[in-house]
Design a protein around this ligand. Structure first.
Ligand code: PMP
Length: 288
């Protein structure tokens, strides 16, 4: 595997950053997870916009332009012969002192890793996921904006560890007010009386790129959709529930803390939106 790092494509074993990089010492950096279908980057400009917004959110300068990063991503895909897979794009703060001061760091790294992606098995899109509601709450925007996709994912990792302990696939995280924020690596939607409902970004979620596409697709399909608060009770009693994310696409949730959701299988609106999302991928990236 070849990894792109600061303008060079290096063998994976040689691609390294300093142990003094504040990304290593403090998780001080930002990243993107990006899907490649049929040799094309899905929602490329949305990912570039979010990367730069995340960097802005933590006052991190990015030394390359969006176009330079896009060109580097395509170079990395070609070097690894990947036409369907995943890119992890990371921008680090750079080496500094052992103190916290971010302005004493210089020469941050831009890293691009292109790889295959581990997906949920196809049958899970029919049977749905079993998830829990985590005790670990999502950090609120007064602490660090949840819209920043930072390299410090410990908040989400601790919630995911709870899911692993419970034998569940994912954990839904609540905000400080106790309403639904998002899952550890996905956005959350429910369907109630024919309306698709997803918590607004202010509830404490990352601005999911898949979420935004699905909101648009629901509009195209004239499925009623509302961005509003979702309580745990509404979650448990939803007719359908599904998660959206770059890796998962659109996947049903059929059990939450032991409560069976709807029929216990992927519901009709979830399936309609998954089909529409897969159609969207084909339109954007071309047929195989
Ligand atoms: N929330 C969190 C915390 C995430 O890490 C992700 C995955 N990047 C998402 C939501 C979904 O976002 P996207 O659709 O852009 O992958």
């Amino acid at each position: 595997m070849k990894v792109w790092i600061n303008g060079k494509l290096l063998a994976a074993e040689e691609a390294a950053i300093s142990v003094f990089d504040h990304c290593v010492l403090y998780g001080d950096g930002v990243f993107e997870g990006i899907r490649i279908y049929n040799g094309k980057i899905l929602q490329c400009s949305a990912h570039m916009d979010r990367l730069f917004a995340s960097a802005d959110g933590i006052r991190l300068p990015v030394t390359l332009t969006k176009q330079e990063i896009v060109d580097a991503m395509y170079k990395t895909l070609a070097a690894n012969s990947i036409s369907d897979g995943y890119i992890r794009l990371v921008v680090t703060r750079g080496p500094g002192t052992l103190g916290l001061n971010p302005f004493k760091c210089s020469g941050g790294s831009v890293i691009i890793i292109a790889d295959q992606i581990a997906l949920y098995p196809p049958e899970m899109y029919e049977t749905g996921l079993e998830v829990i509601v985590a005790k670990t709450r999502r950090i609120s925007s007064e602490m660090l904006s949840p819209t920043v996709k930072s390299c410090n994912y410990l908040n989400n990792i601790m919630a995911r560890a709870e899911a692993v302990d419970a034998g569940a696939s994912e954990a839904i995280m609540l905000n400080a007010e106790g309403t639904v924020a998002e899952a550890t690596g996905d956005n959350v939607f429910i369907v109630s009386d024919g309306t698709v409902i997803t918590p607004p970004p202010e509830a404490g979620s990352l601005g999911g790129i898949t979420r935004q596409v699905v909101i648009g697709l629901a509009g195209d399909l004239e499925i009623p959709l509302a961005e509003r608060t979702v309580t745990v009770e509404q979650l448990y009693s939803a007719d359908e529930c599904f998660l959206t994310g770059t890796a998962a696409e659109v996947i049903a949730v059929t059990k939450i803390d032991g409560h069976v959701i709807g029929s216990g299988k992927a519901g009709p609106i979830t399936k309609k939106l998954l089909d529409a999302f897969r159609q969207f991928i084909q339109t954007e990236c071309g047929k195989k």
